[in-house]
Ligand binder design. Structure first.
Ligand code: NAP
Length: 291
């Protein structure tokens, strides 16, 4: 689709970590983004979304909302399933009625993590947490609905400006602790939200539909990500690796969830930059840290 002048509704675009980056990227591409908060329209109330769509007549509907608290989801499965499972097909139905494309984001946590090579779009989801199962439910609902102008993008390990995230939390802790321990037996693909947003634009410009994996290139553990961020920021803090068993959490997390980006690269001709380069931009540029 042509971005220039396109009216784009970004659900979650006002306060969401990814939604804010999408709003910026759509604006940069010449589109007219409408960043929406739950006060503009509550996605759990499809009528409020429909009314907004009727009034504003967008050319594209993007869902960057979600129930994203992985551990809390174990205690609040109904809320997680409502937002992550039921909402996506309802939103796609509204997009289908208006014959406009629909973009939705899913997660590497739909996989159980037993593989040791990057997960492709052909690997079967087999989630091991309420969050992951609810996100897989949303994907299944969209596939069952079968609206052909749907783009589902699985992403992973987000960091970026605008909202708290793992990297920001670690840098805050490094300000007040000389030593930190972070798990090193969970491996994934860190993703800088502005890069995910810009590469979403590239997929839309190619009229891509169906399922895609998207992240920054490369892989690391949470320890690798934390240690690199702390070093880039020049903090006086040692980050040591520990096993997951040192930090028991309510939700089980996959030990390996690296996403294979080959389909994205085949479709757009783009290889996303490595996570270390994106992290440098976040820590030194966005956060203004570093020696
Ligand atoms: N964060 C990650 O590492 C990660 C990894 C893989 C996939 N994803 C997926 O990427 C997507 C975006 O994640 P994110 O980290 O950017 O999420 P986020 O920062 O938690 O933002 C979620 C957004 O959804 C909004 N929202 C929640 N309930 C709503 C409702 N009923 N009506 C309208 N808006 C509502 C929130 O508004 P409030 O601010 O008002 O709550 C917020 O703007 C999600 O689908 C998530 O599953 C995220």
């Amino acid at each position: 689709m042509r971005m220039e002048g396109a009216r784009i509704a970004v659900l979650g675009g006002r306060t969401g970590l990814l939604g804010q980056a999408l709003t910026t990227a759509f604006g940069r591409a010449g589109a007219l983004p409408f960043p929406l908060s739950r006060r503009d329209c509550d996605v759990l109330d499809p009528l409020s979304v429909e009314q907004w769509l009727d009034k504003n007549d967008p050319d594209l509907l993007v869902n960057a909302t979600g129930y994203t608290q992985v551990d809390l989801a174990e205690d609040e499965p109904d809320q997680a399933f409502a937002l992550n499972g039921s909402v996506p097909p309802l939103l796609a139905t509204l997009a289908a009625r208006r014959a406009i494309p629909f973009v939705h984001y899913s997660t590497d946590f739909v996989f159980n993590g037993r593989k040791r090579t990057p997960y492709t779009e052909y690997d079967e989801p087999n989630a091991v947490s309420v969050y992951g199962i609810s996100k897989a439910d949303g994907e299944r609902g969209l596939l069952k609905l079968g609206y052909e102008r749907t783009l589902i993008i699985r992403i992973s390990w987000l960091f970026g400006p605008g909202r708290t995230n793992f990297v920001k939390k670690i840098l805050g802790l490094a300000d007040v602790h000389r030593k930190l321990t972070v798990v090193n037996d969970q491996v994934g693909s860190p993703s800088y939200t502005p890069d995910i947003a810009e590469n979403t634009v590239k997929l839309l410009e190619k009229d891509a539909t169906g399922l895609f994996h998207l992240a920054n290139s490369g892989e690391t553990s949470w320890h690798g990500l934390a240690n690199t961020a702390v070093n880039l920021a020049g903090k006086d803090c040692t980050v040591s690796p520990v096993p997951t068993t040192a930090y028991p959490t309510k939700a089980f997390r996959p030990s390996y969830s690296v996403l294979d980006l080959a389909k994205f690269t085949r479709t757009t001709g783009i290889t996303p930059r490595r996570w270390e380069d994106a992290l440098r931009q976040y820590v030194l540029g966005d956060l203004g840290l570093g020696a």
